[in-house]
Design a protein. Structure first.
Lengths: 319, 399
């Protein structure tokens, strides 16, 4: 009882906490001092190109492997396996027993986490029905399409109603419809109080879903915070088109402004939009159009992780 | 602990169901019938061929009276040596052309006549390919000598007092029981535990290992897999014994009733056989699971199979040093060495009446099952999952 109280105190506010995690494989340092703090009930994204160390970090957090150094605390436990019954996990490399029926595969994954097999089968039937796979419940996994098998595995990772759901590249291999279903499922689980951590190299998914993100590059956390904070690291971009080509108003435009066609593009000055607008109007610019764009997560990622990592993400996205 | 046992049970139930409910398990169940079937077929053919070609037949060309006396003498000899060990005699009445009759009999295709005996009991003469066959000629000399005795001469009487067993016969007979028990245990284990080499290939190739490793301790997975295959093997054994193939084969040759009673008695011996089969399976199985877990492909498992089989043979050879001398240095070493301990202790059960060494041995073996599994899980985490900090070799085992 006392232990539970202490655990609750420790976990109050944080579902996962990692401090200075390091993982070496031979001479390669795959994870290099990663520290994370995942608030309870949040949707948390791990962003980074392949090989950045996302999967290794998740495997350490789940207790599949131990770190070379550093500590982690998952749902209040220092040994993640002690909290296994409260965790759901979808690995990057999907795996199911091909001869198992879909409902049995889901129930088996629940049973591994402590859910009785009979209850697991009952819930599996419901979930499969709900996701349009009711007719496939009693068919072997080998007869399912790749996308269907992926949904089955995803359902297996939430069948026991975990408090923490860890999804490693969950959108990979899914078509647009199933990606939409998965996004909805993630939001629903979060609404029900679960904490979701997912890794992705597709920025759009993180931007749509995540409240907080960690940007990982070369095994290090380059940024950990909310999406707004990430975007807030960059100044908004101003796009300005004027009727006048020159005049006193030009002094209101920063020297770093560049021309894109007949537009001036520059970062919003420190003073904000009002002084800028006043200077443009008073200087007789003849504003034709003026747009202030908030930078996207992609822009923030480029700024934080660098062009090289962003290029790698872009390549993977198009593969 | 409950989490560990629950995890092991879930893995065991999955593996057991996947094995026993698969179509290939039918072939597994039928497997012992193939050697028995081939053995029976080729045994029958071989016996027939042997009876036609190997057993020496001597054609006796004599008067009926002489042949009757030879036959009586032969019956006395077969009482002592057995029918198959004594030369077979076939009677032919003399023909006018004696030389021609001998040639014809030797060339006969109807019977494998090795030689022809002519001249009756008074002037016996043997013609045939017997230059190297001293057994046939020696037996014929003995038969003729006995046949020449007058019919009235009675056999010498021998008073016999029969007891259950003498020390000389008991030691020898119990050694036979020990040897048979050990061999049976070895064959069953070698047949059944080899499957464990490839037990983790499916999980590794299907990537399910990630899901399992994230949910249950690796040790629990090893224990679950080991006991699942033990249960599948026991299922097979029950089916085989129920089907009667094994019992029929045993009874054909006199059955277990012909085996000398083991020192601990039959009930305890049978119970110990079952326990030691379980322990032998668990010990070797744990070792095989550990070795097989390091393999990534079925090809690697196949490559590992041969050295593993040779390893088992060496263990049997080592354990056989306990047969006939359970208290010798070799016998005790075989009982102490974990992998040969079940085999050596079963031999001991046949030869020594004390029960307490078995209780100690079973506890010792159980400890080693746990240690091997623990070591196997550690190695799996280290080498396959690449988990934990890098340690220098002298700190191996402290992670």
């Amino acid at each position: 009882m006392l232990r539970q109280v202490l655990q609750n105190q420790v976990t109050d506010g944080l579902a996962v906490e990692a401090i200075d995690l390091v993982k070496e494989f031979g001479d390669t340092r795959a994870v290099d001092g990663v520290s994370l703090a995942v608030p309870t009930g949040s949707i948390y994204g791990l962003l980074g190109p392949n090989g950045a160390g996302k999967t290794t970090t998740l495997r350490i957090l789940l207790g599949i492997i131990d770190p070379s150094s550093g500590t982690r605390r998952v749902l209040g436990r220092e040994r993640p396996l002690d909290a296994a019954s409260e965790i759901g996990y979808l690995p990057e490399e999907r795996g199911l027993y091909p001869s198992m029926h879909a409902r049995d595969a889901i129930a088996f994954m629940g049973a591994l986490r402590g859910l009785p097999m009979a209850e697991g089968r009952r819930r599996a039937d419901e979930l499969l029905q709900h996701h349009g796979l009711g007719d496939w419940a009693r068919k072997p996994i080998r007869t399912l399409s790749k996308g269907m098998a992926q949904i089955v595995q995803l359902l297996g990772s939430i069948i026991h109603r975990p408090r923490l759901i860890v999804l490693d590249e969950p959108f990979a291999g899914l078509d647009a419809i199933n990606q939409g279903l998965l996004e909805e499922l993630i939001r629903r689980e979060a609404r029900n109080g679960a904490t979701i951590i997912f890794s992705t190299h597709v920025i759009a998914h993180a931007e749509r879903l995540c409240e907080r993100v960690a940007i990982i590059a070369s095994g290090k956390v380059a940024f950990d915070g909310s999406v707004a904070e990430a975007r807030g690291r960059l100044r908004p971009i101003v796009r300005l088109r004027t009727r006048a080509s020159d005049g006193p108003w030009r002094s209101a435009i920063p020297a770093s402004a560049r021309r894109e066609g007949d537009e001036f593009v520059f970062e919003l000055p420190e003073g904000g939009p009002e002084p800028l607008l006043k200077a443009l109007i008073d200087g007789g610019a003849g504003i034709e159009t003026l747009a202030i764009e908030r930078p996207g997560l992609h822009d923030a990622f480029v700024a934080i992780a660098g062009n090289k990592a962003a290029a790698a993400m872009g390549q993977e996205k198009h593969q | 602990m409950m989490r560990f046992l629950r995890g092991a049970f879930v893995i065991a139930r999955r593996d057991f169901s996947a094995t026993v409910l698969s179509k290939t398990f039918i072939f597994f169940l039928l497997a012992p019938l193939f050697p028995l079937l081939f053995g029976s077929v080729f045994g029958t053919i071989g016996a027939r061929v042997a009876s036609r070609t190997e057993r020496p037949v001597v054609a006796v060309v004599s008067s009926p009276a002489d042949f009757d006396r030879l036959s009586t003498a032969r019956n006395d000899l077969t009482d002592a040596l057995g029918d198959m060990a004594v030369v077979k005699l076939v009677h032919y009445a003399p023909e006018p052309n004696a030389a021609g009759q001998v040639d014809r009999l030797l060339a006969s295709n109807e019977l494998p006549v090795r030689a022809v005996l002519t001249g009756g009991l008074d002037r016996p003469h043997l013609t045939g390919a017997v230059a190297q066959d001293e057994v046939t000629t020696g037996q014929l000399r003995l038969l003729i000598a006995n046949a020449r005795l007058s019919p009235g001469v009675s056999k010498p009487s021998l008073a016999v007092t029969s007891i259950q067993a003498s020390s000389g016969s008991l030691m020898k007979d119990r050694a036979i029981t020990a040897q048979i028990g050990q061999t049976l245990l070895f064959i069953l284990t070698i047949l059944l535990s080899g499957m464990l080499l490839s037990q983790l290939i499916e999980e590794k190739s299907n990537k399910i290992i990630e899901i399992i490793a994230a949910a249950v301790p690796i040790d629990a997975m090893f224990v679950g897999k080991l006991f699942a295959m033990l249960a599948a093997s026991v299922t097979g054994l029950i089916v085989w014994i129920s089907a009667g193939a094994f019992l029929v084969q045993m009874m054909k040759h006199g059955g277990v009733a012909t085996l000398p009673s083991p020192a601990v008695g039959w009930p305890a011996f049978i119970a110990l056989t079952i326990i030691y089969f379980g322990m032998n399976y668990l010990l070797l199985g744990a070792a095989f699971l550990t070795i097989g877990a390091q393999a990534s492909t079925a090809r690697e498992v196949q490559t590992l199979s041969m050295p593993v089989t040779f390893g088992q043979m060496l263990i049997l050879l080592f354990a056989s040093s306990a047969v006939g001398a359970p208290n010798s240095a070799g016998g005790i070493a075989a009982a102490v060495f974990p992998l040969s301990s079940p085999l050596a202790m079963l031999a001991r059960a046949a030869e020594e009446a004390d029960i307490w060494p078995h209780l100690v041995a079973i506890a010792w073996q159980a400890l080693w099952v746990a240690l091997i599994l623990r070591g196997g899980a550690y190695l799996f985490r280290k080498t396959v999952l690449k988990s934990g900090p890098r340690l220098p070799w002298w700190r191996f085992g402290r992670a």
